[in-house]
Ligand binder design. Structure first.
Ligand code: TXA
Ligand code: MG
Length: 322
């Protein structure tokens, strides 16, 4: 695989090519600091429809609009005081805000699944930033995987899942955070954590100066984040969580100083028990353990503090009945 570009000249060409593909209604996969996204022009309904088709994504599940700057984000939605605080504290970065949509903005209905709210993100990854700045309009980008499958953290993962349908993949090497962005909804004077991620609940509470409401239950009849279906982010194998020692023949995803000679395949999220390292490794390791052919992937207990909340959220979804 290609290494991350070392200097601007290496990547300027592909970025301009990528922008012109977006311009003509095509699909470009690009790295963000969380996971790789599958991008299309958010103002072009035909291009946005190609994303739903390529991913096999249900049309009721809205997409995140990505822009190059906070100012560009402010043009798309109505930011209340809390939303502004979070935006200034964590953008550019691994956070998405759901705010009321400004109906004069040009993001198409399909991108928002017809909702009167919009999910907006200003990513920090230099390649993502350059692409968005060069294109100049909002870019919708779900994770660049087939719907329900594990999110891609390398260009090779994108190629495995969507190589046939994407017009160009910008390769920025492995992503740094490895989990999808945290999503906070800032509506009606309350802040709700819709999807835990690298901007943790505790970090957001500190920036806001007050506590935030609990995650809407994935089993709610009407979850506020339509994409937060209980079963998601799933490998092929069955998952067994909070396992101290795997059974013989199971694949084992360890965390901390652990060994499991009886396991069919073994990966360690972080031998030192570091949660950031674990988040960055999670999806690539799940893919490798899945490829071992084991019927079951057993996973070591992950503490639920800080970033552990996001890792446990993804593991619970991967383990949900499907
Ligand atoms: O890290 C990320 O967020 C990556 C990178 C590429 O930016 N993108 C990503 O997109 O994870 P996706 O489509 O896989 O997840 C977007 C989530 C879905 O759960 C969707 O339901 C929710 O955001 N969402 C989008 N618009 C929303 C809205 N208006 N209200 C509530 N939830 C929304
Ligand atoms: Mg996704």
């Amino acid at each position: 695989m290609k290494q991350p570009a070392q200097n601007l000249e290496d990547i300027t060409m592909p970025v301009h090519k990528a922008a012109s593909i977006l311009e003509s209604g095509g699909l470009v996969a690009f790295p963000t600091e969380t996971v790789y996204g599958l991008g299309a022009d958010a103002t072009n309904p035909a291009a946005v429809a190609r994303i739903f088709e390529a991913k096999g994504r249900p049309l009721f599940n809205p997409l995140i609009s990505h822009v190059a700057s906070i100012n560009a984000a402010l043009e798309l939605g109505q930011f209340n005081e809390a939303a502004l605080k979070l935006a200034h504290a964590f953008w550019p970065g691994p956070m998405t805000l759901v705010v009321p949509f400004k109906f004069n903005a040009r993001v198409c209905d399909l991108a928002r699944a017809g909702l009167n709210t919009i999910a907006v993100r200003v990513p920090a990854h230099p390649l993502a930033h350059q692409l968005l700045a060069a294109f100049g309009r909002p870019v919708v980008a779900p994770s660049a995987n087939r719907s329900g499958h594990v999110s891609p953290t390398t260009a090779a993962h994108v190629c495995e899942d969507l190589g046939q349908v994407v017009d160009l993949i910008l390769d920025g090497g492995p992503t740094v955070f490895g989990l999808e962005s945290s999503i906070f909804a800032c509506l009606d004077n309350e802040v709700i954590l819709l999807r835990p991620g690298s901007i943790t609940r505790q970090m957001a509470e500190k920036a806001l100066g007050h506590s935030i409401d609990d995650l809407a239950s994935p089993n709610d009849a009407k979850p506020i984040a339509p994409g937060q279906l209980a079963s998601h982010y799933a490998p092929r194998a069955q998952m067994r969580l909070d396992v101290h020692a795997p059974n013989a023949g199971e694949a084992f995803l360890a965390f901390g100083p652990q060994n499991a000679p009886q396991a069919l395949a073994l990966e360690n999220l972080s031998p030192d028990g570091n949660l950031s390292e674990a988040a960055a490794n999670l999806y690539a390791m799940l893919r490798r353990l899945d490829a071992s052919g084991a019927a079951v992937i057993a996973v070591a207990p992950i503490p639920s503090i800080g970033l552990g909340e996001a890792i446990r959220d993804r593991l619970n979804r991967a383990a949900a009945p499907r």
